[in-house]
Design a protein around this ligand. Structure first.
Ligand code: FPP
Length: 246
């Protein structure tokens, strides 16, 4: 993994199969430059594009980002509108290029209240993605970890009552009701922007994830910063509650 060698000097970094990132710091990035917050989100969307391409190139299979939470609706209307517009543009561009680049894309969250055009684009990206294997970008949109678990519990209860599910529910069985059904849990969760909290992101899926926090604001996040996070991840001793061999 040459890209990692120049940072770690080790050359033996383990690339996680699934990386999750909380996109944070767009607003502060813009403020530092005297720009409106929306300019920070636009820069953040570009950084996402760059980091997703890099992840694909170094052999990461899944990249999941927290783009818009169930709580983010409380932001000023203009800011919400501009984030939705950015997502709309991003998805339209993705539809035009993902076949060429063999990129799969999935939106995780309650998409039922999004605009009809966004929903149509999401359907289209799902349709294209179903034809491919390989790198998958997951964008969490109107997403909340508790809401995800709650909707899974409700759907399971309904299936149980209707005789479509067994009362002997397993962890794997429950996972199949989550938005992330079929996606392996992230091994590494990265939060740029200086805060050290999970903010209702992937609560079920992060049970054993390694966390990496950095003060770098998301629009400034670079492939080199990702290399650093992966190198740190490689040095961690993951025991999953057990003891180390030997
Ligand atoms: C957090 O920064 C960022 C958001 C709530 C929005 C993220 C959305 C995008 C980057 C737009 C499109 C995304 C994709 C994936 C195409 P913040 O505003 O909370 O920053 P602050 O903490 O500095 O105020």
């Amino acid at each position: 993994m040459a890209a990692l060698e120049h940072i770690t000097g080790e050359g033996n970094s383990t690339v996680p199969r699934h990386i999750a990132i909380i996109l944070d710091g767009n607003g502060r990035w813009a403020k530092k430059r005297g720009l409106p917050r929306t300019a920070g989100h636009a820069a953040g969307a570009e950084t996402f594009r760059r980091i997703a391409t890099y992840c694909k190139n170094i052999g990461v299979n899944y990249l999941t980002v927290y783009a818009f939470s169930t709580e983010n609706w409380s932001r000023p209307e203009e800011e919400v509108k501009s984030i939705m517009k950015l997502l709309d543009r991003y998805l339209r561009e993705a539809i035009a290029t993902m076949e060429r680049d063999h990129i799969r894309m999935k939106i995780l969250g309650d998409v039922s209240i999004l605009s009809p055009s966004l929903r149509a684009e999401i359907e289209e990206t799902n349709r294209i993605s179903s034809r491919y294997e390989g790198f998958q970008a997951n964008i969490c949109l109107n997403y909340g970890g508790r809401a995800e678990i709650l909707q899974a519990a409700k759907r399971y209860a309904r299936d149980l009552v209707e005789g479509k599910a067994s009362a002997d529910l397993t962890e794997d069985g429950f996972s199949s009701y989550l938005y992330s059904a079929g996606i392996p849990d992230p091994e590494l969760l990265i939060r740029p922007g200086g805060e050290k909290r999970i903010s209702n992101f992937l609560l079920w899926q992060c049970a054993y994830s390694e966390f990496y926090f950095t003060d770098v604001l998301w629009p400034d996040f670079t492939p080199e910063e990702l290399d650093r996070a992966i190198a740190e991840f490689s040095r961690r001793d993951r025991r999953f509650g057990g003891v180390k061999n030997g």
